[in-house]
Design a protein around this ligand. Structure first.
Ligand code: NAP
Length: 314
């Protein structure tokens, strides 16, 4: 019998149709229905939902829901908005997305390493001045979060010759990289990072982890890249460390409020590069294949893909 699953997402109709068409093309025996087209009877029997920024209320209207497959890698909002629901949350774990993120981390690390923001400012002021060139092996990069995205980025940075240290909850082991964990470990990574990259999920423990105190541990002239979630950094504290001259530059792809409000002071700072949450978008082609594989395997074996651990929050 044909299985029915639902697609729930607060995305444009065009995007919704593209996703459904792309995933459906790889499925036999499974029919994807948009939430809006579900009958009340169908709602009672749905076991699996594919979600893209869903309205949590719609998920609670499916009493037999066993698991949901997110099309995005970050599921922080879902975890916080659906704390008491029983279904599993499976996020996008696509090696292609990890490669895209690693490419972004390497690109923006080089941007900071080769002082591009300073040369841009010099050009605007018609200043012809050579800045000191630091060798790659002497440029210390600290990566916070060594999960799927952090570990892939770390390896790419190493391949490019950077000196990399990393921090995670459990002690990780990555060839050529000094890894740390715990509070003392964080202090070590912070005090020796010329460029600090956040690839940490947002949880109760990581919210404002980069607060005034922890930012003050970074070396004089250090820079920051935040490609994970805005609330990992205390934006006010960051601005004050940039304005005081302690920190050199921040490349921010994620913010406390997105889109970043026009009156936010970060827009005005020459020491901030603002990106509109583009460091690692989901790739429809590779993600559709992965989702179809997860669905077929579930209906074949009953196996739910690797789900997030609600007690840890990621
Ligand atoms: P992941 O595989 O779950 O890895 C998370 C990493 O953070 C793990 O190494 C984990 O430690 C570490 N961590 C979590 N809480 C910690 C804590 N309290 N102390 C120390 N380390 C902690 O996640 P991922 O796939 O790499 O993705 C990371 C985040 O990137 C996502 O949550 C999402 O917010 C963000 N993201 C952003 C974009 C974008 O376009 N900007 C795109 C995709 C994802 P353990 O290894 O010990 O568990």
């Amino acid at each position: 019998m044909t299985k029915q699953i639902v697609f729930i997402g607060q995305i444009s109709d065009k995007e919704k149709t593209a996703w459904i068409t792309s995933i459906q093309a790889q499925l036999t025996g499974v029919n994807i229905i948009a939430y809006e087209a579900l009958s009340p009877e169908q709602k009672l029997n749905i076991e699996v939902a594919i979600v893209a920024n869903p309205d949590p209320k719609q998920l609670t209207e499916l009493p037999k829901l066993v698991w949901i497959q997110s099309l995005w890698a970050g599921v922080e909002r879902l975890v916080s908005e659906l704390p008491n629901t029983k279904f599993d949350i499976v996020r996008m774990e696509d090696p292609n997305l990890a490669e895209t993120m690693a490419e972004a981390v390497v690109a923006w690390t080089f941007y900071l390493h080769r002082d591009m923001p300073k040369y841009l400012q010099q050009q605007r002021q018609k200043i012809w001045r050579e800045l000191d060139l630091v060798e790659l092996k002497d440029r210390r990069i600290g990566i916070l979060g060594l999960g799927i995205l952090g570990s892939t980025s770390t390896k790419k940075l190493r391949l490019n010759g950077f000196n990399v240290t990393g921090w995670s909850r459990k002690l990780a082991s990555i060839e050529g990289v000094q890894c740390f964990n715990g509070k003392d470990g964080l202090q070590k990574v912070l005090t020796q990072s010329d460029i600090l990259v956040s690839l940490l999920p947002l949880t109760h423990e990581t919210q404002h982890l980069l607060n005034d105190h922890n930012l003050s541990l970074l070396p004089q002239g250090a820079s920051i890249i935040n490609f994970s979630r805005g609330k990992v950094i205390d934006e006010k504290a960051l601005l004050s460390h940039l304005e005081s001259g302690h920190l050199n530059h921040a490349v921010l792809d994620v913010f406390k409020i997105e889109p970043l409000p026009v009156d936010n002071a970060l827009w005005e700072s020459p020491k901030v590069t603002i990106l509109p949450h583009i460091s690692a978008p989901t790739n429809t082609r590779t993600a559709s294949k992965l989702v179809a594989k997860n669905l077929l395997n579930y209906f074949d074996t009953g196996e739910i893909p690797n789900a997030i651990d609600r007690t840890k929050g990621y």
